[in-house]
Ligand binder design. Structure first.
Ligand code: SF4
Length: 110
């Protein structure tokens, strides 16, 4: 797997429920846990979604930097983000280089 791409379910540019402040939320595709109460079942299939380059994701987020910084940031949700941990680390390193706060919404089941 190329760690310069993430398999994405969807983007939300103005999240207020997934961490402090206004968040840009990236929902990643794929989760193996199968919780009975899951509200995001369409994120379960780890082979669907869209492969998006990390550079493309960062560029999308930078368009909203003035809204999400300094009190908000970026939250990566899903699905289970940690099944793409290496690419996720690359994304977070780039976001940190722009001074953007990051958070990950995880069950730690990967
Ligand atoms: S960990 Fe989250 S995305 Fe995965 S099945 Fe459970 S509630 Fe759904």
């Amino acid at each position: 797997m190329d760690h310069n791409f993430l398999r994405v379910h969807s983007f939300e540019s103005f999240g207020t429920l997934d961490g402090p402040g206004i968040r840009y939320v990236v929902f990643l595709q794929g989760c193996f846990l199968r919780c009975k109460y899951c509200q995001n079942r369409d994120t379960w299939d780890s082979k669907s979604g869209e492969l998006v380059s990390i550079d493309s994701i960062v560029n999308k987020i930078l368009n909203y930097k003035n809204y999400i910084c300094p009190s908000g940031g970026v939250t990566i949700s899903g699905g289970e983000p940690l099944i793409q941990a290496k690419a996720l680390t690359n994304l977070f390193k780039k976001l940190k280089s722009y001074g953007i706060n990051t958070a990950v919404d995880t069950s730690r089941y990967d």
